[in-house]
Design a protein around this ligand. Structure first.
Ligand code: HEC
Ligand code: HEC
Length: 506
């Protein structure tokens, strides 16, 4: 009801603000069902089927690389305090994500919705964005990684590494892909894997921006690996050219992790994939077929969710609610004035990379393979049901206005560490219990602040669209037809042990 009350005015606003884009989207309506025909069948196929050639290493990296990458992906040795692995946030049991809106990174304990921070597990705060699922990230078309694309293939030849990343010139050469380059960054994030200055040698190197080169953060991680005989054996098998432990670098590790991700999280056996390969032999269930026609037609979804993996690999603003600590963007200091905590809470998305005002609040269009498995949805995990995130698209501004943070899956964070002072006065200590409530206000601050909500609404380029409940149900049936059944059960990916001997349970 509340949604409908907002609808008319929000639609008028959306239309008047972005007339040009609206017509672009309207044009998108007609492209959908005009795709290539399959011989002997007059059912239109909206996009080409995915094949091996679409993936790095043509979908078949050397097995020894995959084996090494798997060990590293599950090994906490890559975190400063040896207490979190890539898999903690990208776990097979949670569809290569973690099943929560915004996870708690290094310091916390437990997996997925069971994860928590307590007196013995202090954290630096919530991770500001939803852990992305890794399905099909090994596809070559992923040239800009993360919600804002800040790890990006450089086609201009300006950087020796071949990639634009936050590490700029410090990024080492030799990385196979943007996916491999991405694996250099979680280990640098204090809140995700590194821990804070003063706790370990990795965090200390990061604090002085010593990332590349000897004794830089990545070399310190490689030093840990060189000291473990089982890793030396795995690296030698994966890279015959490495001569002894000294040849091991973090670049080798990153390329291996990418090889593992490419194989482990490939998902192209959904009913939709089978349909694309042979529509005659593999018709979709009727509701899903109607949903597909809507998706590539009247509902306009394919204007952004285009291509075989249902993403244009571009960035769009669709007024997605932002919850949690954000990325520290913007000029709004209302939270600081109200609570005294030094923190700006906005997340400007793609603008953080390009500084182009037209990119404010733009986030990368997610691929929709396996989307039914990968909730919560949205860059900050604001929506806990697939239906809610689909309905958001039908009237984005009204949905933003009506958003209720109670639906978010936010883990208990009883003990949060705050940084105070600078230089020799730098301290890290638990937030005063009497101030915890003020601290927690940050989770919903942007949503509750009308001016900040308005900025998100103003940037939106997605017009409202009238669809009946039956049409929404059909769209959702189509989204379910994007689930690869082999992705439902990925436990076989979890190794019993890892070379460091550290526990793999979470
Ligand atoms: C504490 C949780 C956490 C840990 C640990 C973590 N990630 Fe992530 N991962 C995230 C979040 C959150 C994002 C989205 C971040 C953003 O957009 O700023 C992400 C994004 C990614 C992406 C981008 C996917 C895409 O579609 O662009 C890849 C790939 C990835 N992670 C791989 C890894 C690897 C490899 C490791 C270990 C070296 C790792 N992650 C460790 C939380 C985590
Ligand atoms: C204007 C471009 C655009 C159009 C049109 C569009 N989407 Fe999206 N969609 C996005 C972007 C961008 C996101 C991620 C936004 C964010 O997280 O801030 C998204 C997110 C989603 C998600 C959540 C995915 C996830 O992993 O969190 C679903 C599901 C989805 N869209 C389905 C649809 C459907 C169904 C339609 C048609 C009714 C549609 N989209 C139309 C751009 C678009």
């Amino acid at each position: 009801m509340r949604r409908q009350m907002h609808m008319a005015s929000a639609r008028t606003r959306a239309l008047s603000r972005r007339p040009v884009l609206y017509s672009a989207l309207a044009a998108g309506l007609t492209v959908g069902l005009a795709g290539p025909m399959v011989a002997g069948n007059d059912a239109p196929v909206p996009v080409p089927a995915v094949s091996d050639a679409d993936f790095h290493h043509d979908g078949a990296p050397r097995e020894a690389m995959v084996a090494l990458g798997r060990a590293l992906f599950f090994d906490k040795i890559l975190s400063g305090n040896r207490n979190i692995s890539c898999a903690t946030c990208h776990h097979p049991a949670h569809a290569s994500g973690d099943g929560v809106s915004l996870t708690l990174g290094e310091g916390a304990a437990g997996l997925g919705p069971e994860r928590a921070a307590g007196p013995d597990q202090p954290v630096l705060g919530r991770v500001p964005r939803n852990s992305q699922a890794l399905f099909n990230v090994g596809a070559r078309e992923f040239v800009r990684m993360l919600h804002d694309g800040r790890v990006e293939l450089d086609t201009t030849g300006s950087l020796p590494s071949g990639f634009w990343t936050p590490a700029r010139e410090q990024l080492p050469p030799g990385l196979d892909s943007a996916l491999a380059a991405q694996a250099l960054f979680p280990v640098l994030s204090n809140v995700e894997m590194a821990g804070h200055q003063g706790e370990n040698e990795i965090a200390d190197a990061i604090a002085v921006n010593r990332l590349g080169g000897p004794d830089g953060a990545w070399d310190l991680l490689a030093q840990r690996l060189r000291a473990i005989p089982d890793y030396v054996a795995l690296f030698s098998a994966a890279y015959p050219e490495i001569e002894g432990p000294d040849g091991i670098t973090y670049v080798h590790a990153a390329n291996a992790i990418a090889a593992f991700e490419t194989v482990a999280f490939r998902a192209d056996a959904s009913p939709f994939d089978l349909y694309l390969r042979d529509p005659d032999a593999n018709p979709l269930p009727e509701a899903a077929e109607r949903g597909m026609a809507l998706f590539y037609g009247e509902a306009g979804c394919a204007a952004c969710h285009s291509g075989s993996l249902q993403t244009d690999q571009g960035f769009h603003a669709i007024a997605m609610p932002q919850i949690g600590p954000g990325k520290g963007d913007g000029a709004d200091d209302s939270y600081w004035r109200e609570t005294g905590f030094q923190r700006r809470l906005e997340d400007f998305g793609r603008y953080r990379v390009t500084f182009d005002p037209a990119d404010l609040y733009h986030f990368r269009t997610p691929s929709l393979r396996n989307v039914a498995l990968t909730g919560p949805w949205g860059h900050a995990g604001a929506y806990a049901t697939l239906e809610a995130v689909v309905r958001h698209h039908l009237d984005p501004i009204a949905a933003l206005e009506a958003y209720d943070i109670d639906q978010a899956v936010l883990l208990p964070a009883a003990t949060v560490i705050e940084r105070s002072g600078t230089g020799s006065e730098l301290r890290f200590g638990p937030v005063n219990p009497a101030r915890r409530a003020d601290h927690a206000l940050r989770d919903g601050w942007v949503q509750q602040t009308a001016a900040l909500r308005q900025q998100i609404a103003d940037a939106s380029e997605l017009p409202a669209r009238d669809l009946s409940d039956a049409q929404v149900a059909d769209l959702i049936a189509f989204l379910h037809a994007l689930t690869d059944p082999t992705s439902r059960e990925l436990d076989h990916l979890v190794p019993a042990t890892v070379p460091s001997g550290l526990p793999v349970a979470d």
